[in-house]
Design a protein around this ligand. Structure first.
Ligand code: ZN
Ligand code: ZN
Length: 396
């Protein structure tokens, strides 16, 4: 294990990959679009009470979910350092150095029951990179495969994707554009991974393992797998691509092979109808890092709760209007009764409300509206400063 004191500015095996061009051009393009959409959405949200309540509540649940996930990592995961998994620690520091990350995040290893995954997250100002133990078992602590995976996740942190996931959440939910932007993230991060892997075949093996599993993955034919991307271009594959926040594995393998050859990976055409269908599938998966279904669940519950708020408000408003109407009905009846009994109209509510009078106490509006009475010729009509006059309208 050696750590170079001066990181190479360019990857020796991939001369057209430099630290400065690791983020894909597509990411920049979509970034502008998503920022625009998000700004519009935030402004709209800020100016509508319900919208602000949605955003606050969703934000709260997102924060809660992240806090719990971070707590899980702090308490349950293995923290990699000089004393714990020193080989992996050294690899991690070397990869950080290559990417010119001066303040390395905390690296955690988590047992995953056979799942192959890794993710990056941030909570309370602290960055985490998490690698599932299955990857370590498959590749060892100082392999090009592991370097690729670490580089990919560090790419997410270096590009501030974790922060953007929150700030740009409204834009990321947007159909077509949101998922496309997130796919561009993954492409950029694959380039980060390839940059640090040092061995392109290792990077490809890591990717093939994600599709084919631990032991078959190493023996898979990358070229054959990459060709699946061109061969499978039907409607449903296109729809799957357009709605997914990850590029398909066959496309990622093909992109990596293009990097290896120094060529530009071209995009295979998609079924045109799939674009139309994808318009109805929102981006979703906000704040997950692709990792924790638990977090997604928390967000879903939060959104459901947020949706319940307006429904609850409607019910409350309807019952308030009904109560107000009853109060006004009592008042107008009392006003008429006074007129019949005294042969003249009451001068004010004081004539009918009070101890020993028709109404012992003043009927009130639950929203503290003030009442005024008007003689209509046939009787009295009492109106409320909040609810107006007459019976409450149904559905209001
Ligand atoms: Zn990723
Ligand atoms: Zn009222």
């Amino acid at each position: 294990m050696k750590i170079d004191s001066t990181p190479p500015a360019a990857s020796p095996l991939l001369p057209n990959l430099r630290l400065a061009n690791l983020s894909s051009n597509r990411e920049q393009t979509y970034y502008i679009l998503v920022v625009l959409l998000s700004v519009i959405a935030w402004v709209v949200l800020a100016f509508t009470i319900i919208g602000a309540a949605y955003a606050l509540l969703a934000g709260f649940f997102l924060w809660l979910g992240h806090g719990l996930l971070a707590a899980h990592l702090r308490a349950e995961a293995v923290h990699v350092n000089e004393r714990q998994m020193p080989e992996l620690h050294a690899t991690f520091l070397a990869v950080c150095q290559q990417l010119e990350i001066t303040d390395p995040p905390r690296l955690c290893v988590l047992q995953s029951g056979g799942v192959l995954n890794a993710f990056a997250m941030r909570h309370a100002g602290r960055d985490f990179v998490v690698v599932y133990s299955e990857f370590l078992e498959a590749f060892g602590p100082d392999s090009p495969e592991i370097r690729f995976i670490l580089g990919h996740e560090l790419g997410h942190l270096k590009s501030r994707h974790v922060l953007k996931q929150i700030l740009l959440a409204p834009g990321l939910i947007f159909p077509l554009i949101g998922p496309a932007y997130r796919r561009a993230w993954e492409t950029s991060c694959d380039r980060h991974g390839a940059f640090v892997a040092g061995d392109m075949n290792g990077a490809l093996r890591a990717m093939l393992t994600l599709s084919g599993g631990k032991s078959p993955g190493r023996a898979l034919n990358a070229e054959a797998f990459a060709s699946q991307y061109e061969e499978e271009r039907g409607f449903f594959v296109s729809l799957h691509e357009l709605t997914s926040s990850y590029p398909t594995l066959s496309r990622r393998v093909r992109d990596l092979r293009a990097l290896q050859d120094g060529t530009e990976a071209s995009r295979a055409p998609r079924h045109p109808l799939a674009y139309f269908a994808a318009l109805f599938v929102p981006g979703g998966n906000v704040g997950g890092g692709g990792a924790s279904s638990a977090l997604v669940m928390v967000v879903v519950i939060g959104l459901l709760a947020a949706m319940a708020i307006p429904a609850f408000q409607k019910v409350r408003q309807a019952s308030e209007a009904k109560a107000c109407y009853n109060s006004r009905l009592m008042l107008s009846t009392a006003l008429e009764q006074y007129t019949v009994e005294h042969g003249q109209s009451p001068r004010s509510f004081a004539d009918i409300v009070g101890p020993g009078k028709i109404l012992p106490t003043m009927p009130v509006c639950p929203t503290h509206g003030t009442y005024s009475a008007r003689h209509t010729g046939t009787g009295f009509e009492v109106s409320c400063s909040n609810h107006g006059q007459g019976a409450p309208q149904i559905g209001k």
